[in-house]
Design a protein around this ligand. Structure first.
Ligand code: XMP
Length: 514
């Protein structure tokens, strides 16, 4: 599809995906490419603009991530951010070196409002800085459009050539007027039209899927999570019951989740598709019996999932397409998109089975960020409850029970988690916390209930906020809410006599508690 787009050239900065998301929030499609991408390929893509990201190196060091001078001579507007700004200046004849004062944090920048980037921005505006190096001398032809007391070139531009450099990070929310700056780049400098809209995406995808599938058959592993649900609905709207969805209930789902998924996708739900629910609880519990080691549990669950799915697929016979709920961050993180590749070793439900007879993989959400997937979901009429479902790992509660998984423990953690979620929602916090859940520790301790001594398990409550799930901060939940959850869990969940709140950030912890 030849759509209007901006490309982000990634130099390994931690905010590469954030930059692309912000551009898309402006209504313009944006993709991430490694700095190693061939200049010819970039020219052929004919983007409306190019954004260079930050990066961890010093651009003047031997072997540092770099781009050729030609990138600035394509006649395509370029915006360099942080490392990208320094690289632009260095490449075009300016001077970059270690700064006498390292700037880190929220810093007031004085900007020149006559710049197209800053027209509607306050003259003194708070921006997020994080740099050891600085642009000591701008490149010839540029004019300085932003300063701080410690940074003589916080922004510079060469308007006639459409080249813009800014030392700070407009993509992070700490830069109070960053969204305006990016919008200005996209519309005032790159003259985009803003054609990236989720309703248009849904309509175009449905059409494209129809054309591609023709009279063929498609098979989709449905987990009940946001991505596979939206992929399934999109497919179902396009090809109706040429689509079969297999939903494996591994007995490690949250309370009532299996039934909720069936309500939406099953025969009584609003969509036309073949829905197969496999109740495989016993099989999973059997395989997990006596196993304590977390990686081993993950492996068992992942493999068993594939076995169950394959068995169902065999019953269906050959299909033309296997549908996957891959989304854009998966593409970037698996090293196909940007530079800061992080290879995930997660066993996702929906991972690729070896022996399913299909011709082609279909990934209808491959271009979308999570928030866009949610918008498409709402656009397609999927219930909000499902669309705003929190991330839930493929191995499910299997990795929220420390130590051996037993059916009794699954019930404990399901009940505790349901209470926790209910109280968080009641306190109006459900959309403000990134991810929260209850886990069951492997610790039993003495308590007293009524007149009786107990020797029961401790539940751990976890709640974190995160931008990218690579790092996370513990969420500050009001004490009254925690106390209420504690009270209810102790009273309502048999086998639990203590409730702990996990204060650990990531790192050193992980988000999951396994
Ligand atoms: P961790 O625990 O690694 O989690 O800090 C980071 C994010 O990934 C989710 N997660 C998984 N998601 N399959 C998934 O689909 C998995 O095996 C898996 N393990 C962790 C976790 O919920 C968090 O959002």
């Amino acid at each position: 599809m030849n759509r209007e787009k901006i490309i982000v050239i990634d130099f390994g900065g931690q905010y590469n995906q954030l930059v692309a998301r912000r551009v898309r929030e402006c209504g313009v499609y944006c993709e991430i490419y490694s700095y190693k991408t061939d200049i010819g390929q970039i020219r052929d893509m004919a983007p409306k603009g190019i954004i260079l990201t930050g990066g961890p190196n010093s651009c003047y060091e031997e072997g540092a991530a770099s781009c050729g001078r030609e990138l600035f001579e394509l006649g395509i507007p370029v915006l360099g951010l942080c490392y990208g700004a320094q690289l632009m200046m260095l490449t075009l004849g300016g001077h970059v070196c270690k700064a006498p004062v390292r700037e880190y944090g929220k810093i007031e920048v004085t900007v020149d409002k006559s710049s197209k980037l800053f027209g509607d921005v306050s003259e003194k505006t708070i921006c997020w800085m994080s740099h050891n190096d600085y642009i000591e001398k701008k490149a010839p032809g540029f004019r300085i459009t932003g300063r701080t007391p410690d940074c003589p070139v916080a922004a510079a531009e060469w308007e006639e050539k459409d080249l813009y450099a800014i030392q700070f990070h407009p993509e992070v929310l700490h830069t109070q007027e960053g969204a305006k700056m990016l919008r200005n780049f996209v519309y005032q400098v790159c003259h985009c039209e803003g054609t990236w809209k989720m309703d248009a995406f849904a309509a175009a995808s449905i059409q494209a899927i129809r054309e591609k599938v023709g009279k063929g058959k498609a098979l989709c592993a449905l987990s009940g999570g946001v991505d596979s649900s939206v992929a399934a609905v999109l497919m179902s709207k396009a090809i109706g019951n040429q689509l079969t969805c297999v939903f494996v209930d591994h007995g490690l789902l949250r309370k009532n989740e299996g039934d909720e998924v069936e309500e939406v996708f099953g025969p009584k739900g609003p969509y036309e598709l073949n829905f197969i629910r496999v109740n495989a609880q016993e099989r999973f519990y059997e395989k997990l019996r006596g196993v304590e080691e977390p990686e081993q549990k993950r492996k068992i669950i992942g493999e068993e999932f594939i076995r169950v799915f394959e068995e169902e697929a065999k019953k269906i016979g050959a299909v033309d397409f296997l549908v996957q709920g891959t989304i854009y961050p998966d593409v970037v993180e698996s090293g196909l998109g940007g530079e800061s590749a992080v290879i995930k070793s997660h066993h996702n439900v929906g991972g690729l089975p070896d022996y399913v007879d299909f011709k082609e993989i279909m990934e209808p959400l491959r271009d979308l960020f999570k928030d866009e997937v949610r918008k498409v979901g709402l656009e397609l009429g999927i219930p909000e409850k499902l669309v705003y479902r929190q991330p839930f790992p493929g191995p499910g509660l299997g990795i929220r029970i420390v130590g051996e998984v037993t059916p009794e423990k699954v019930v404990m953690v399901q009940e505790a988690d349901a209470i926790y979620r209910e109280e968080i929602a009641r306190a109006g916090l459900d959309r403000t916390i990134g991810q929260y859940f209850a886990a069951l520790t492997n610790m039993r301790s003495v308590g007293v209930m009524g007149d009786e001594r107990t020797y029961d398990y401790a539940v751990a409550l976890r709640a974190v906020n995160t931008v990218d799930f690579m790092t996370a901060e513990t969420a500050e939940i009001p004490f009254e809410v925690l106390a209420k959850v504690m009270n209810r869990v102790i009273n309502e969940v048999k086998g639990v006599n203590r409730v702990l709140y996990d204060l650990t950030s990531k790192p050193p912890g992980t988000i999951e508690f396994e």
